[in-house]
Design a protein. Structure first.
Length: 358
């Protein structure tokens, strides 16, 4: 009689089972990624075929409405759902607005089986899902669209995360925080974190905390809300951040002090200390943060790490005051406003117009 493997006690068996599970999970992820790439590629070519047939490559739309309506009806009859008029218009626009993304090597008579060969041979391949490309098409600013495409790809954003970052106007917020040269680079290379200033944005949008309906919230409640929604807060913080501690206690001369939040940025190779302020930025807040940074630099930072940086998140900030109070410190201290609701385009446009005249 065969002996039964005791799964609960056999460590090697459990390890084997775990390894098999990891292989299956990774394979399933790859299948989904491959489907997304193939679908995005196929829809680009459907858009190309529509444009070539309808307009012969010329940007004329006289025949567009009737053709799209007829094509949608016939494709749904032959291939099922997914080919509505709206979707076909998006495919057409996808081709027109991403003209250099995929090599135009397939003729109208080419069959879909040739897509695999093209995916391997072309210089660029879609790395986002079709639904994400549809979301990107909603952004009319080409520089902003390119930025979101790069960031979504490199940070592996979900469609929900992409929508949130676009709705929070992430590109425009970085545009407010950086010089023109840096802003131009955003659309070509995405966000490059090379120095502390690169990781800071203005303002930080914390609508996910759900505090808008509670105008009398305290700083403790703000901190707790961040901890409760830490995954979302890390997304808002940006690349390279990981959580280290809350209410980090440091002791100097037998006195205890507490730092609201401590993060680490692997790209900057440094600690990031965060102080939360319910009200307006004050010189005492800056002095306190500088004090914390001096301690961290001497007692927590290793020789292969860069000096820590400080970020004061405040509800209000006078720009002139901030310029003088932050200007002559021996440590890198930044102050940014936070908002508990998504900004309107009018608000961002107003801020951008102000920046142009500075």
């Amino acid at each position: 009689m065969k002996k039964e493997v005791t799964k609960t006690t056999n460590h090697n068996y459990r390890a084997m089972l775990k390894s098999i599970g990891e292989v299956i999970a990774e394979a399933r992820k790859k299948i989904v990624r491959d489907i997304d790439i193939t679908q995005a590629t196929a829809y680009w070519h459907i858009g190309r075929i529509i444009v070539e047939y309808e307009q012969h490559g010329v940007s004329r739309a006289e025949y567009g409405d009737a053709l799209i309506a007829n094509l949608s009806r016939d494709m749904i009859a032959h291939y099922g759902r997914g080919f509505s008029e709206i979707n076909l218009r998006n495919m057409r626009r996808y081709y027109l607005e991403f003209p250099s993304r995929i090599q135009q090597t397939l003729s109208v008579k080419s069959k879909i089986k040739k897509l695999d060969q093209q995916i391997e041979s072309r210089k660029f391949e879609p790395q986002l899902s079709w639904s994400m490309y549809c979301e990107l098409l909603k952004e009319d600013n080409m520089e902003a669209r390119a930025f979101y495409e790069i960031e979504a790809r490199e940070n592996k954003w979900s469609i929900r995360e992409l929508k949130r970052q676009m709705n929070s106007m992430l590109y425009e917020r970085f545009a407010l925080s950086h010089d023109k040269k840096k802003v131009i680079a955003l659309s070509k290379k995405g966000l490059l974190i090379e120095k502390p200033e690169d990781a800071i944005k203005e303002p930080y949008i914390l609508e996910f905390l759900g505090l808008k309906e509670n105008p009398s919230y305290t700083e403790d409640q703000l901190e707790q809300a961040i901890i409760d929604k830490l995954q979302y807060f890390l997304l808002e913080m940006g690349k390279g951040f990981s959580f280290v501690a809350r209410q980090k206690r440091i002791t100097i001369a037998n006195r205890h002090y507490f730092i609201d939040l401590v993060f680490y940025n692997r790209l900057l190779k440094c600690f990031v200390l965060i102080d939360l302020k319910r009200g307006e930025l004050d010189h005492a807040d800056v002095g306190q943060m500088n004090f914390y940074l001096n301690y961290y630099k001497e007692n927590e930072t290793t020789p292969d790490e860069n000096p820590p940086i400080g970020l004061i998140l405040c509800a209000k900030k006078d720009e002139v005051f901030a310029k003088y109070v932050l200007g002559s410190l021996n440590n890198k201290v930044f102050a940014s406003k936070y908002k508990l609701a998504l900004p309107s385009e009018k608000e961002i446009d107003h801020q951008l117009s102000i920046e142009k005249f500075k």
